[in-house]
Design a protein around this ligand. Structure first.
Ligand SMILES: Nc1ncnc2c1ncn2[C@@H]1O[C@H](COP(=O)(O)OP(=O)(O)OP(=O)(O)O)[C@@H](O)[C@H]1O
Length: 225
């Protein structure tokens, strides 16, 4: 069987205000594999996740995901593509404090103007050990529970890519392994690829078999100002 890539990056560059903050000459990820985007603070990990989620558009180079060239998507098409294919677990979780847990999980449906599938939200919450928290407010949850709500929200649309930004920051070794195993299980159950951006070197052991993209510190970029 021919192995196809879920992701191919070529000659990618991103600049803010004329300053190059990210350069990835080449990276490919075979279908069914996960990836770690590793590097020190400020090297461009969040920027790369936002490029992969078509939230940002690169100034140079190409990102191809499941055969789609992200730069070729018009803004509306990018929103639509993201809504159907990408689950994003942001570093700050970004739960809406005025909405209960269930409505936070349903946010992708509200955002896309789609009917809310409450059974799916409940099933996701149950799978993450939060069956009894559907009507709780975010401030009534522990940090770990809030993170699991954000994971449920990211998985709501059955994405092909699950992008997680620093999901293990400030966690001890045991919690780190638990969270990574949880994310990997969610990705496997959804037949999705998990991409984790982090400065946390423990992830190499926590996610064995993952492809690793190491981003250099900014001062080491060939074009860094
Ligand atoms: N909107 C923006 N405008 C200008 N510069 C930005 C913007 N967003 C990020 N940067 C800069 O781009 C560089 C990369 O930022 P990014 O957040 O992608 O790094 P990171 O590796 O995720 O960092 P950290 O690990 O600290 O979260 C940093 O120098 C940052 O200051």
């Amino acid at each position: 069987m021919i192995e196809t890539n879920v992701l191919t990056i070529t000659q990618l560059e991103h600049r803010y205000g004329g300053v190059t903050v990210l350069a990835v000459p080449f990276f490919e990820l075979a279908r069914g594999r996960h990836a770690l985007l590793l590097g020190p603070s400020g090297c461009g990990k969040s920027t790369l996740l936002h490029l992969l989620g078509a939230i940002l558009t690169a100034q140079a180079g190409r990102i191809e995901i499941d055969g789609v060239d992200l730069a070729a998507l018009a803004p509306r098409a990018a929103d639509d593509w993201r809504g159907r294919h990408v689950g994003l677990l942001p570093q700050q979780l970004a739960l809406v404090s005025s909405l209960c847990v269930r409505d936070n999980v349903l946010l992708p449906a509200y955002a896309a103007g789609l009917p809310a599938d409450e059974q799916r939200a409940q099933a996701l919450l149950a799978g993450l050990g939060l069956a009894d928290k559907a009507h709780a407010m975010p401030h009534q949850l522990s940090g770990g529970q809030r993170q699991r709500v954000a994971i449920a929200r990211a998985m709501y649309t059955q994405p092909r890519l699950l992008l997680a930004d620093e999901p293990t920051a400030n966690l001890d070794d045991r919690a780190c392994a638990t969270v990574v195993a949880l994310l990997a299980r969610q990705a496997r159950d959804a037949n999705a690829s998990l991409l984790i951006a982090s400065h946390d070197a423990r992830l190499v052991a926590a996610l064995p078999g993952a492809a690793v993209l190491r981003l250099p510190a900014r001062g080491e970029l060939p074009c860094a100002a």
